[in-house]
Design a protein around this ligand. Structure first.
Ligand SMILES: [Zn+2]
Length: 405
């Protein structure tokens, strides 16, 4: 009995850690039983991250651990070791690290949930990780260990189906759109389809074995959605499907809420907005929808709150944003007779209506801005991270665990 973890067996253009685990589980010795595998998303800014930045783990039960370890040795030598150093063809804009696969075996699950939280919230080194009973390979062991120690405190489910090998090099995927529309109608599934564009969110865009991964709040809903999609006539053939327990939509990557006062706003390329605050620069990205729009409506002096990631000290990438207090806006008074905006007559001289010459002693008056305070905004579904928990899942500001096995 023990736990197996696996990570970094994919390059950007081919391979996939979930498929590697599927193949391993399909070829286990007869007397080994596997539990439901886990799929754990890690810190989005990890330096040596894999495409989906996900590691996998599974609990294996056997009366003959030595036979299992011999099998794992052979599997490693035959299938995983050769992947080391691979770099796929890619049109991704980020720099790739060569694949450095890792596999770990723990004969007992270590009680080190804090290491899991470290790996979703910051960069970690292998020296910080709990020591496996056995380990194979390099950097990938970090994610593999994180997947093993994940405490499963907040679970969602993803059913992944893989396509025939002849299709792996193709970016085009055939998944029945009608069935996907029905799957997306089920409130127990999430992030299946973009409600605005009706575009599918279940299939990766690159070349890899995954045909689709459909997410749900329950294991049963993930499984039935994947079965419906796989068996639809307009879906291309699949060679296997598995349901994974995941940390997706857990918000585990986010630390405590940050509050600060706006100093200035700067709109950058494509609408990405930099909010200079008393606590560093907070960035609302171009594709972040309502987050970006709220950021652009802010004024110096506004109090704001955010959840976000800090890829480098003093820079926050906003994932959830809320206006706590809006400073009033200063405007010139309006003439009560003509409704014209009054004009300044010089410092300390008040203002005057340009039409009827009526005067007002105050050069500025304060009006409330038409902005909702204390509501939270988040990016649209197609711009959210796998780890991001939808705002609709929070009640009274408290996370609601949707996972129920
Ligand atoms: Zn007037």
């Amino acid at each position: 009995m023990g736990w197996l973890g696996l990570d970094d067996t994919d390059t950007v253009s081919d391979g996939c850690t979930t498929y590697t685990l599927h193949c391993l589980l399909e070829s286990l010795p007869d007397d080994v039983e596997a539990s439901i595998p886990s799929l754990v998303r890690l810190w989005p800014f990890a330096q040596q991250r894999t495409r989906g930045n996900a590691a996998v783990a599974v609990e294996l039960t056997t009366n003959n651990e030595q036979t299992l370890l011999t099998f794992l040795d052979e599997f490693w030598n035959e299938h995983l070791q050769p992947l080391k150093g691979g770099v796929g063809d890619s049109d991704h804009d980020r720099e790739q690290s060569p694949t450095d696969p890792g596999m770990v075996w723990f004969d007992e699950k270590p009680d080190e949930a804090s290491f899991y939280f470290d790996t979703v919230q910051r960069h970690v080194s292998i020296e910080e990780a709990p020591k496996p009973t056995r380990s194979w390979g390099g950097q990938g062991c970090i994610g593999a260990i994180a997947a093993v120690v994940w405490p499963m405190h907040s679970i969602t489910w993803e059913a992944i189906a893989w396509r025939e090998q002849a299709q792996w090099s193709s970016k085009a995927r055939s998944v029945c759109e009608q069935t996907l529309a029905e799957v997306a109608q089920n409130d127990e599934t999430f992030m299946s389809r973009d409600p605005r564009t009706e575009r599918s969110l279940i299939s990766p865009r690159g070349t890899c074995p995954v045909l689709f991964g459909v997410r749900a709040k329950t294991q049963a809903d993930a499984s039935s959605a994947a079965s419906a999609l796989s068996s639809a006539a307009l879906t291309e053939p699949t060679i296997g499907m598995r349901v994974f327990a995941t940390n997706q939509a857990s918000d585990d990557h986010l630390n405590e809420v940050l509050e600060s006062t706006v100093q200035s706003i700067e709109v950058l390329n494509r609408g990405t907005t930099k909010i200079r605050t008393d606590h560093g620069d907070w960035l609302a990205f171009a594709q972040s929808g309502n987050v970006k729009l709220l950021a652009q409506a802010l004024h110096p002096g506004d109090r704001i709150a955010a959840f976000g990631l800090e890829p480098m000290p003093g820079v926050i990438h906003i994932e959830k944003l809320s206006l706590r207090h809006a400073v009033p806006m200063r405007v010139r008074p309006t003439c009560s007779e003509c409704q014209r905006t009054m004009k300044s007559m010089g410092t300390g001289q008040g203002v005057r209506c340009p039409t009827c010459k009526a005067r007002h002693p105050d050069a500025w008056i304060e009006v409330n801005r038409q902005l909702e305070t204390h509501a939270w905004v988040e990016p649209p579904v197609d711009a959210r991270r796998h780890l991001a928990r939808p705002l609709g899942w929070y009640r009274n500001g408290n996370p609601v665990n949707p996972g129920n096995g």
